[in-house]
Design a protein around this ligand. Structure first.
Ligand SMILES: NC(=O)c1ccc[n+]([C@@H]2O[C@H](COP(=O)([O-])OP(=O)(O)OC[C@H]3O[C@@H](n4cnc5c(N)ncnc54)[C@H](O)[C@@H]3O)[C@@H](O)[C@H]2O)c1
Length: 254
């Protein structure tokens, strides 16, 4: 077992899916866990805090509240996110783009900005949720994919900037995970599309993603920082070619 016993953790998006699985595994490993979400729903044993991660004042307020109650925060997981998939570049509206970036990018930026203030003098862990689509180009998902690439890059900037404080900053880049976000869409075309292109031949369970968060949050990960860890059944190692239309030979003649 990786060690986070008696640590204080704040997990955003803790009410559902990957966040819920992270809350559960952190509780089982002996941490005190605050679950931050738009929803008051919370895993039994965790402490619910309602906030919208896209609002800087709300993030600051929940971090301050958790720290007031416990003295400090050891682990911050920036996991809350929205996933507007299925939209090509020409279909993405200004509103889609803005909201995606407000939640997925600004939300984790605020965590990196304010989290360290509530961490011990030396030490701390910040872990964010990126995605395999932040590492690879995908069709019909650019707003989401670009937001997740920004999460990966913010992770590297944070690792370098916060290293002198002894705070490690990492991210997990999951493949497609069987969470309500994916399974609630009737006949979700992402399920066969990604399954077919995943070397391990199946989608992930939330617990398989949460295990990577536990490692990165633990004392044992003390020398790991700036990493964007794919937990994706091998997709990032070998995403298969799409069924693209035949290459237009005339292009090479111009
Ligand atoms: N499910 C996947 O296939 C997959 C793959 C790669 C990355 N991710 C990422 O993992 C994270 C969790 O996704 P999930 O699949 O568990 O989704 P989910 O919808 O099951 O859970 C997301 C949670 O975040 C909360 N949330 C959404 N917007 C919020 C906001 N503005 N403020 C506070 N909380 C908010 C929701 O209420 C929900 O409880 C997201 O960042 C997502 O982009 C998911």
């Amino acid at each position: 077992m990786f060690t986070i016993n008696n640590k204080v953790a704040v997990v955003t998006g803790g009410a559902s899916g990957i966040g819920e699985a992270i809350v559960k595994v952190f509780l089982a490993a002996g941490a005190t866990v605050y679950s931050v979400d738009l929803s008051e729903t919370c895993v039994e044993g965790a402490i619910p805090l309602v906030a919208d991660v896209s609002k800087e004042d709300q993030i600051e307020a929940v971090l301050a509240k958790a720290s007031e109650q416990t003295g400090h925060i050891d682990i911050l997981v920036n996991n809350a996110g929205i996933q507007p998939l299925g939209l090509t570049f020409d279909e993405v509206t200004y509103e889609d783009l803005t909201r995606t970036f407000e939640v997925n990018v600004n939300g984790i930026f605020f965590g990196l900005k304010h989290g360290p203030r509530f961490m011990p003098e030396s030490g701390g862990r910040i872990i964010s949720t990126s995605s395999f689509v932040g590492l690879l180009g995908i069709p019909a998902g650019s707003a989401y994919a670009v937001s997740k690439a920004a999460v990966a890059h913010a992770t590297k900037c944070g690792a370098v900037e916060l290293a002198p404080r002894g705070i490690t900053v990492n991210a997990v880049a999951p493949g497609t995970v069987l969470t309500p976000f994916v399974t609630n869409i009737p006949d979700n075309p992402e399920i066969p599309f990604v399954t077919q292109r995943t070397p391990l031949g199946r989608l992930a369970l939330p617990e398989e993603i949460a295990a990577a968060f536990l490692f990165l949050a633990s004392d044992e990960a003390s020398y790991v920082t700036g990493v964007v860890l794919p937990v994706d059944g091998g997709i990032a190692a070998g995403w298969e070619a799409y069924d693209l239309p035949p290459f237009d030979e005339s292009i090479t003649k111009t």
